[in-house]
Design a protein around this ligand. Structure first.
Ligand SMILES: [Zn+2]
Length: 461
């Protein structure tokens, strides 16, 4: 989505973040959906005045717009006065027709169908869950006047990088790197021209979502929708080998989870038996892969298992290419004092590589193995071959925002008991009220040492 670069505050000093109370009023006034198309996937948009000219966050001039309508608005094909008129009509009407919702992921039947690569998952619930975390779920919503489902989604690309998230029906595009195109009920996300990462379509009276193309890596699992086939991969821990379970022309009904991947279930992946376990679903023993988990009825049209010990390799991590930019390395930072005849110097090493200067650090991180490491942000001219460190991350903070230890690094603004504000690590909030947790693009706040310069991937317009 094309988006103007957004400052933290506008010329009147108004912060981009909208207070929660105002957001709630906006949601209520918008009747929980895009004011144009009634999609239940939305973001908050200043209409008249636009944010750049707004002096306050006025719930009357902020409404909900879905990504598709928002795009039309920024392209100018949907004028602000039209949006304002639709907003007023919805806010003032007693009855809003929910059937006009054509938002992409919102489905309207009590028993929606999600089809992923030729496998139909019928009924609400978790569609994709990996290690206990929903990557796509439609949970029936009991809130009066609210959308039918609480939708959560977390889509990644084949390198494990986040494409977008939907958190309780709030669409969050993590990065503008991707082209997110929603036209006539079809969602296409591209990395670049011709490189489609996700292709999905709403059909059958909007009770069905068909994901035709998807390739999502959540290591050690990979979920691939390719035309009529659904492949679920389990990689070996070194990423060199994999076991692949393929289903095609299959359907299941009333599942508790369509695709359930549990890496904790099996320590060493191996090819075991393909089992149809009554009441539990289809399980490839030795992989932690379950399909149609907990379904009442499963019809399996075609299936296959493929295993390879050493290749094709797992998609490699982002290439260790510094591109003349600062970069992150998580490693063990040590220092020693060197005595020269006339002076002393402190030398710093990271994972044993001697650094040319003292590195900037984002703080100490305990990744859970009891050996805290330093997250260093290093100068592009640093000569040590740090790409070889196992903790090499590359130039962007995007690559570790999802790590379990990220809360020890990213910050939030909290209100102290005496009313003053402070920036603290997310892990150190300690019960205080969080007043700001994301930047103006919805991304976690980085440590304030960078003075607002965030090392996020650059936007591609
Ligand atoms: Zn819309």
């Amino acid at each position: 989505m094309a988006r103007e670069s957004r400052g933290k505050r506008n010329k009147y000093g108004l912060a981009r973040d909208i207070p929660e109370g105002v957001k709630r009023l906006v949601r209520q006034r918008s009747r929980f959906g895009c004011v144009i198309c009634r999609s239940a996937i939305y973001d908050y948009e200043h209409i008249a005045p636009r944010f750049k000219d707004a002096k306050i966050h006025d719930p009357q001039s902020i409404c909900l717009l879905c990504p598709g309508c928002h795009r039309q608005s920024t392209e100018g094909t949907l004028p602000a006065h039209e949006i304002a008129r639709a907003y007023e009509a919805i806010a003032n009407s007693e009855c809003v027709d929910p059937s006009r919702r054509v938002g992409f992921f919102d489905l309207f039947s009590a028993n929606p169908t999600i089809m992923i690569g030729g496998v139909r998952f019928e009924g609400p619930g978790a569609i994709i869950n990996i290690d206990g975390r929903d990557h796509l779920s439609f949970i029936p919503n009991c809130e009066v006047g609210g959308p039918r489902f609480v939708i959560n989604a977390k889509f990644k690309d084949r390198d494990g990088r986040e494409l977008f998230r939907i958190e309780a029906n709030h669409w969050i595009c993590g990065s503008d790197l991707w082209d997110v195109d929603i036209v006539a009920g079809r969602l296409i996300i591209r990395r670049r021209r011709g490189d489609i990462l996700l292709d999905a379509e709403k059909s059958a009276g909007e009770n069905m979502l068909v994901i035709r193309k998807m390739d999502m890596l959540v290591f050690p699992f990979r979920i691939v929708a390719d035309g009529d086939d659904l492949h679920v991969w389990r990689y070996t821990s070194d990423g060199r080998g994999f076991i692949q379970l393929t289903l095609s022309r299959s359907s299941c009904r009333g599942n508790s989870c369509g695709i359930f991947c549990n890496s904790r279930e099996d320590v060493v992946p191996r090819v075991g038996q393909l089992q149809l376990v009554g009441g539990k679903g289809v399980h490839l023993d030795g992989t932690g892969i379950w399909l149609c988990r907990g379904c009442n009825v499963a019809l399996i049209g075609g299936w296959g298992v493929r295993a390879e010990g050493c290749g094709p390799k797992a998609p490699p991590p982002p290439p260790p290419d510094r591109r003349g930019q600062p970069f992150f390395v998580l490693g063990s930072l040590t220092s020693r004092v060197r005595e020269y005849p006339q002076w002393t110097e402190v030398e710093y090493s990271l994972d044993g590589y001697e650094l040319s200067d003292k590195p900037v650090t984002w703080g100490r991180v305990d990744v859970g193995d009891g050996a805290p490491r330093e997250l260093c942000y290093l100068d592009p001219n640093e000569g040590a071959p740090l790409e070889r460190c196992s903790g090499y991350m590359g130039p962007w903070a995007d690559w570790f925002v999802d790590k379990p230890w990220a809360d020890q690094v990213f910050e939030v603004t909290v209100r102290n008991a005496d009313g003053t504000l402070a920036r603290v690590k997310k892990a150190d909030v300690e019960g205080r009220d969080v007043v700001e947790s994301v930047d103006d693009c919805g991304r976690p706040l980085v440590p304030s040492v960078f003075g607002g310069v965030s090392p996020w991937r650059p936007r591609v317009e």
